[in-house]
Design a protein around this ligand. Sequence first.
Ligand code: ADP
Ligand code: TYD
Length: 208
Amino acid sequence: MPKQNLFIAIEGTDGSGKSTQAKLLAERLTRDGHNVHTTFEPTDRSIGKLLRRILKGELVVDQKAIAGLFLADRLDHLLNEETGLVKKLADGYSVICDRYYFSSYAYHSVYMDMDWVIDCNSMCADILRPDLNVFIDVPVEVCIARIQSNRASAELYETGEILNKVRNNYLAAFDRLKGVEQIAVIDGNRSMNEVAEEVWSTVGKLVQ
Ligand code: ADP
Ligand code: TYD
């Protein structure tokens, strides 16, 4: 019998270890017999590339317009006919997505009302709601230290002050949507393998 395919979103503040965990989870699911498609937002398509320039500070754009661009990038990520998430899932892949709409709820609500951000993403939730949103929870000062040891310059949201607000917004959004979304909060302030084991013990339950 073919494996049940999953849509898993990995969330966290910048530097929390999301990409590392997305990769380790993909390897684990592959070993378990899944065909896995790993992907990320902002995407590497045209709208995502524009967002990367904004995040680097090459272009200055209002925060409301940035939120709109992330929504446009997400709809393109979902619906494009080459690598779109809807197509990948229909083709039988399990999809692991490094950031999805909870990132928008957490980051853009630093600058505007969370209701607006949730409402304007409702079409994405109607198209594809993750089987699980995995939040890798790491103290912001640890994230900042990891970012600094990794990169020469910080991006738009990479200050302690902003990331603390972002973390609080994630927790507020989880609380608000706990009736409709599947959410796992995982302590990410441990070794990569310990975190990966807990991610797997949570995701593994979905495929037993
Ligand atoms: P993100 O995608 O959330 O920005 P990354 O997975 O790129 O995070 O990790 C950021 C940095 O922290 C990288 O240098 C990575 O090797 C390191 N890292 C990831 N997970 C851990 C961990 N559990 N403990 C220590 N360092 C980690
Ligand atoms: P990412 O490349 O995942 O950064 P990192 O690896 O440092 O965590 O994401 C880039 C930035 O985009 C990050 O600061 C979070 C931000 N972002 C939003 O503000 N809104 C969104 O909807 C998404 C998906 C990301």
